[in-house]
Write a protein that binds this ligand. Structure first.
Ligand SMILES: [Zn+2]
Length: 100
């Protein structure tokens, strides 16, 4: 959701921000600048998931197809969800900062 007008224009792709609000023209790219730590957090999250996957593999020894069928969507879903969450929080944080 756009922090200024509340329209659902924040994301142009599942995990990609739109360049600006299609409704009120608020510039999301400028607000996002400085939020690059998001990429680092996502990498860390992916690493944690990979180690979790390896741990479960050692523990249950499931067939490879079962591991892939389970972990591929879990990893993609978690990373996309986390990216959206971080970016939304960051945009709102930047927007409040820029209004003062
Ligand atoms: Zn807007």
């Amino acid at each position: 959701m756009c922090p200024r007008c509340g329209a659902k224009t924040l994301f142009a792709a599942p995990a990609g921000l739109a360049e600006e609000c299609a409704s009120c023209g608020l510039d999301f790219l400028t607000l996002e600048r400085g939020g690059r730590f998001v990429g680092v957090l996502t990498m860390l999250l992916a690493l944690v998931l990979i180690f979790a996957a390896l741990g479960v593999d050692e523990w249950l020894r499931p067939p490879l197809w079962a591991s892939l069928a389970f972990w591929a969507p879990v990893t993609v879903g978690t990373v996309i969800g986390a990216l959206r969450l971080y970016k939304t929080i960051w945009i709102y944080h930047s927007y409040q900062g820029s209004e003062e």
